[in-house]
Design a protein around this ligand. Sequence first.
Ligand SMILES: Cc1cc2nc3c(=O)[nH]c(=O)nc-3n(C[C@H](O)[C@H](O)[C@H](O)COP(=O)(O)OP(=O)(O)OC[C@H]3O[C@@H](n4cnc5c(N)ncnc54)[C@H](O)[C@@H]3O)c2cc1C
Length: 359
Amino acid sequence: MTSQSRKTEVKRRGFEELQSHVLLKDLCTSCGACVIMCPFKEVLDYALNGPSLVGECTKCGICLRVCPRYELDVGDLEQMVFGRERRPEEVFGLSKTVCVARSTRKDILGTCQDGGVATTLLSSAFTSGAIDGAALSGIDPSTPWLPKPLLATSLDEFVECAGTRYSYSPNLLAYNTGVAEGLGKIAFVGTPCQILALRRIQRASLRKHSRALALTIGLFCSECFSYEGLMIQKIQGEMGMDLRAITKMNIKGGVILQTKTGQTVKIPLRDAKRYTETKCQYCSDFSAELADISLGGIGLEGWTLTIIRTDKGKDLFSQAVNKGLLEVKPVEDFKSAFNLLQKLSKTKRTRAEKKRLES
Ligand SMILES: Cc1cc2nc3c(=O)[nH]c(=O)nc-3n(C[C@H](O)[C@H](O)[C@H](O)COP(=O)(O)OP(=O)(O)OC[C@H]3O[C@@H](n4cnc5c(N)ncnc54)[C@H](O)[C@@H]3O)c2cc1C
């Protein structure tokens, strides 16, 4: 089917189709792409876990064309982003360079998750005028560890948003705020499913939103954990910990919690896995394979494994290195992390395929 005939075909379908093929099958990633791209006011609303129909759908089909779980054609998106599809041996997607990096800025190293590369790249791009702001995951002081999408437009806000919250944060909602506020160059940081949604928005030539996209930074992701399950039931309820006392959370062979009093508490991964979001099991993308730059901690301590995939990513990364903001090491010095990247990429793809066949 040509892209024009597919577009016309999809046009006759609407939210009902999304409901039956994605939402009711528990496939919805909760990214919010359908909600932000619906051209009609008050038809779709973002509820806690994804979209809900609150008005009358005109069946324009846009929600289907931007959904990362509906008739996704990754090869077609790779053609758009990289000019070619991956070869089978490119198990973590297409890339230009892979290296290991960390920030040289003390303030960032004090709050970041791994090597602070995400926050450093944003700060560097902002200072040089390459971006006007970034769609990130912020923190809601009234509900500790519940991520909250935030449009950050200052260096301080980038640093405040550093670190990882392991529950789902629909950062596309913050991106939409940036577009609505008329920002011309917005960076986006998010999970693989969110990067896929943004690439679908670009592929659908939805100009207002695709024009503003200045940079995509993808985060490696095995899965997200339910906030209610992991944070409230397990950590607060069962383990009796005060969520406000947790200063850092990381996943390295288990869920590792650090507290204000200097305590380290470890939850075995198999216990935490009970609270994995079901929708994540259908995801085949571990390393945000369509981002300009992809980042993960992947067993490293204080460093970020960095995959530079596009020319745009390469330019921004080089600028940050040339300004002395990033320290870089060859990935060959971190063989086990590189092997783990390949292994987790394959495992996630196999898990998704198995789940898809079961459903
Ligand atoms: C849900 C989730 C699961 C992850 N799973 C893995 C994994 O299995 N293996 C692995 O190697 N790495 C994983 N990561 C990535 C890792 O935790 C770091 O984000 C990455 O290494 C970058 O570190 P940094 O120090 O360079 O980033 P920092 O400079 O600390 O910046 C981190 C950025 O992430 C954003 N962010 C924080 N929480 C969220 C969220 N919930 N959703 C979207 N954006 C968010 C922040 O806004 C910030 O801009 C995961 C990240 C998330 C959000």
